[in-house]
Design a protein around this ligand. Structure first.
Ligand SMILES: [Mg+2]
Length: 265
């Protein structure tokens, strides 16, 4: 479900096609659907565009890193500024009404950047290499996201994580989030990961023990529903790098972080 090569090519192509049409007002870079009615963007040029967007360079250890001066970093800074202003205001309102405000963060490419993996494997996905990469727990932060987690906490907003990583990847995720300074509520009561073998009761419409049929949207929106309905929080903002992180309701506001490197339907 995370990404097939086909999905990568289709998603990536439409992202840049959208950018090319931006001036005409016909589309934006953050497209959520593929468009196969015209010749797609040249994939060799697309890879170069992605390198430019992230300001990608190999560090001394040969690990691909994004540049803090890149267009990617600037886009994130703009989103974070807006989000901080909003969280401050929404948290005050919620507290005034006697609600318990919460924010929800996706993990992969919302808090932890996978650029090195994506570039190294030419924007394809393989469950084994991905698992090894995640469990090294050495991904850098998505610029500004750990600060946003801590900002929300400082405003009395409960931080939750809603990720497609599996239970077997929990220890690596916790270690990596601590390392980048997102050291807030990293317990199992706040970090929701995919447990296909023993899905929670609130996902019963699409998953039972041994049978997992949830789409990403069903899984993620179902988890947010649980946070609101069963845990009693009001989700004021939901942060993700995929539209499937954000669709399905249960958030007053959604923030789409940039990620042109793969598409998760
Ligand atoms: Mg993600």
């Amino acid at each position: 479900m995370r990404k097939s090569l086909k999905a990568v090519a289709a998603g990536a192509a439409c992202v840049v096609a959208g950018a090319a049409l931006y001036g005409a007002g016909a589309a934006t870079a953050g497209q959520s659907t593929a468009n196969s009615t015209h010749e797609p963007y040249n994939i060799g040029l697309l890879v170069k565009d992605i390198d430019t967007y992230y300001g990608t360079t190999a560090d001394g250890a040969g690990v691909y890193q994004a540049s803090p001066d890149s267009p990617y970093a600037k886009d994130l800074a703009r989103i974070d500024r807006d989000a901080e202003r909003y969280i401050d205001k929404a948290a005050r309102k919620a507290h005034h009404r006697g609600e318990r405000p919460a924010v929800v963060f996706d993990i992969d490419d919302t808090l932890l950047l996978s650029l090195d993996y994506e570039k190294r494997y030419n924007y394809t996905y393989n469950a084994t290499t991905w698992n090894d990469y995640v469990n090294k727990a050495d991904r850098p932060a998505v610029f500004g996201s750990p600060e946003l987690v801590r900002y929300a906490e400082s405003k009395g907003v409960e931080v939750f994580y809603n990720s497609g990583l599996s239970e077997s990847q929990r220890a690596g995720a916790v270690e990596n989030l601590k390392k980048v300074g997102a050291d807030v509520n990293l317990d199992a009561g706040h970090m929701f990961l995919k447990d296909k073998a023993n899905p929670p009761a609130y996902l019963k419409d699409c998953a039972t023990a041994g049978t997992w049929n949830c789409t990403t949207v069903q899984y993620k929106a179902g988890t947010r529903g649980h946070i609101e309905r069963d845990l009693g929080y009001e989700i004021i903002a939901n942060f993700g790098d995929q539209y499937s992180d954000l669709d399905g309701g249960h958030a007053d506001r959604t923030y789409k972080l940039p990620n042109p490197t793969y598409f998760v339907g």
